[in-house]
Design a protein around this ligand. Structure first.
Ligand code: NIG
Ligand code: FE
Length: 410
């Protein structure tokens, strides 16, 4: 048994023991302990307390000396496995094209799919591993990664195998989501049903056979898949034990939220466009609303009405959406800054959304997302900082000094 003791912690932040994600007003409270110590044993949080009661011995001791300790960010929505980059479209947008116009021209997701099909599994893995190491340095300790740039059986399997290999080799906690319905491949333009059939009858059974996915996702949007198609895919996923996490309401409100709730979705993600009826539908459900503000930042669109959602009592998580098209960044602290600046979330609400609620949005809330006895010791030590609000305030700085994953200093 090996033990690691952190002592002289200025503030031990986020001590929630909640068994469910936090909603509405609950998100305003962020529990912390000042002048604290924390003991890690066998990869788990064993105990913590006030410095008056600090244990004397441990195999390793770190003096945190004025630094704060946070649980790792739980980034519950990313597309971190992809090939190459799309800065050409970035320039097209500067010149006046919209994200949707680029997609309609066969750019966007289809552009990434073409690159991915030409990239070997080993090369994809190497690219993804570098990104994973980068997000780890910003404090991320759990992450969901989607497929969806394959769009053929072979290429979707290739992506999911890369995610599996990342799971095997990384100390981060990783969940995999099958997003075969990310965009309709050009070859199926006049026969949508045939692609859905391929997804349901060929991709899904093979993915299930290899146990490659934890969740199923659909991009339910005018530029992608209809509500009826989304329902059909969610039903098929359920037959293989895959719960939905659904991309919806990024550009249009068309019934995706109601459909996802009906099928017991863990989360509905994006929600830049949402009406009162849809907020009400989410309030009556256990489905988490996951907001991805670096996407509207990057494509210069409007932000989700987070204040309205929180004041109504909704459960909100924050994630990066790291992907080559709408968010080429996996930087959680920047997401927190955007949440505070552009969506008027308080630092406490933003931190709850990025930790405990993000964990529940990956069904990891019992293991991660807060400093709580028995949880996995994924956390980070900050640089010396004056207060909690300094994290979203200092939006360009990386304030993470040391990362600890499963009890090990990285
Ligand atoms: O969540 N909206 C759909 N999927 C991604 C974008 C993917 C891409 O442009 O490559 C998103 O924003
Ligand atoms: Fe996404």
């Amino acid at each position: 048994m090996s033990s690691l003791l952190l002592r002289n912690i200025k503030s031990l932040v986020q001590l929630s023991t909640s068994q469910t994600a936090l909603s509405g007003k609950e998100m305003q409270t962020l529990e912390k302990l000042d002048k604290a110590w924390l003991l890690i044993e066998n990869e788990k949080i064993a105990a913590f307390g006030n410095m008056d009661t600090c244990p004397k011995n441990a195999d390793h001791i770190i003096d945190a000396d004025g630094r704060m300790v946070f649980p790792s960010w739980c980034d519950s929505h990313t597309h971190l496995v992809f090939a190459g980059s799309r800065e050409g479209e970035f320039v097209d947008r500067i010149n006046g094209l919209s994200y949707e116009e680029i997609a309609q021209r066969g750019g966007g997701i289809l552009n990434s799919a073409q690159r991915l099909q030409q990239t070997t599994e080993a090369e994809l893995y190497d690219q993804a591993l570098l990104r994973l190491e980068e997000v780890q340095s910003y404090g991320t300790g759990a992450i969901e990664i989607k497929s969806g740039y394959g769009l053929s059986t072979e290429a979707e399997l290739k992506m999911l195998r890369v995610i599996r290999k990342l799971k095997e080799n990384s100390r981060l906690q990783i969940k995999a989501t099958f997003l075969g319905a990310h965009a309709l491949p050009l070859a199926y333009k006049t026969n949508r049903a045939a692609y859905i059939q391929l997804l349901i009858e060929d991709m899904l059974p093979k993915i299930a056979d290899e146990g490659l996915a934890d969740y199923i996702d659909v991009f339910c949007e005018k530029v992608a898949f209809t509500v009826a198609e989304t329902e059909q895919i969610m039903e098929a996923g359920a037959r293989f034990g895959l719960k939905p996490k659904i991309h919806t309401n990024q550009f249009n409100s068309m019934g995706g939220i109601q459909a996802a709730v009906k099928h017991g979705a863990i989360s509905v993600d994006h929600l830049e466009v949402i009406n009162d009826e849809e907020i009400e539908c989410l309030l009556q459900s256990d489905t988490i609303g996951t907001l991805l503000p670096s996407a509207p930042f990057f494509i210069n669109d409007h932000y989700p009405p987070a204040r309205k959602m929180l004041d109504a009592g909704m459960t909100i998580a924050l994630a990066t959406d790291f992907n080559p098209g709408s968010t080429p960044s996996g930087r959680m602290p920047f997401v927190l800054s955007l949440a505070c600046i552009k969506m008027r979330m308080s630092p406490e609400e933003a931190i709850n959304a990025a930790t405990i609620n993000g964990a529940f949005a990956m069904e990891l809330g019992d293991q991660l997302g807060s400093i709580s006895k028995g949880k996995i010791a994924n956390l980070f030590i900050t640089k010396p900082i004056p207060s909690i609000a300094f994290i979203p305030y200092a939006f360009g700085s990386n304030l993470v000094e040391k990362v600890i994953l499963r009890g090990q200093i990285i």
